[in-house]
Design a protein around this ligand. Structure first.
Ligand code: THU
Length: 139
């Protein structure tokens, strides 16, 4: 993936972060997924007064893509931190999101965890979720 493509995906995640609905935690997360079709979908965290009903940014983005007919994610960018300022730290995806990313991205999925377009760390999903569980295990 070209550097400018990575920056564009991170920019989309940072923009989506502005739309986070997080009245309870004050922690705003944005995600952007690039799908095999070449389209990008974004998501933010969406909290709920019944806390367990909260949806993370990564899953919002992926579920939007999959519900539009997409099946294969080729890269994901994530940015999170206290609302009102730029991310102070790298925001790593939670375990449930890693599992959902595994379903639609697999172990080689590039994951960009970003503070800004210029300050990000790059991983593969297999590095963040070793020995992941997938459909092929259901035999
Ligand atoms: N959150 C995400 O959006 N993604 C993650 O991977 C971790 C956590 C959100 C959920 C909740 O709205 C807030 O961050 C604090 O947990």
């Amino acid at each position: 993936m070209q550097k400018e493509e990575k920056r564009k995906l991170i920019r989309a995640a940072l923009e989506a972060r502005q739309r986070a609905y997080m009245p309870y935690s004050g922690y705003a997360v944005g995600a952007a997924v690039l799908m095999e079709s070449g389209k990008t979908y974004t998501g933010c965290n969406i909290e709920n007064a019944s806390y367990g009903a909260t949806n993370c940014a990564e899953r919002t983005a992926l579920f939007k893509a999959v519900s539009e007919g997409e099946r294969k994610c080729t890269a994901i960018a994530i940015a999170g931190g206290k609302a009102g300022s730029a991310p102070a730290d790298y925001a790593y995806p939670c375990g449930i999101c890693r599992q959902v990313m595994w379903e639609f991205g697999g172990q080689d999925l590039p994951v960009f965890v970003a503070k800004s377009e210029d300050d990000y760390r790059e991983y593969t999903l297999g590095g963040l979720l070793p020995y992941g569980f997938g459909g092929e295990n259901l035999v």
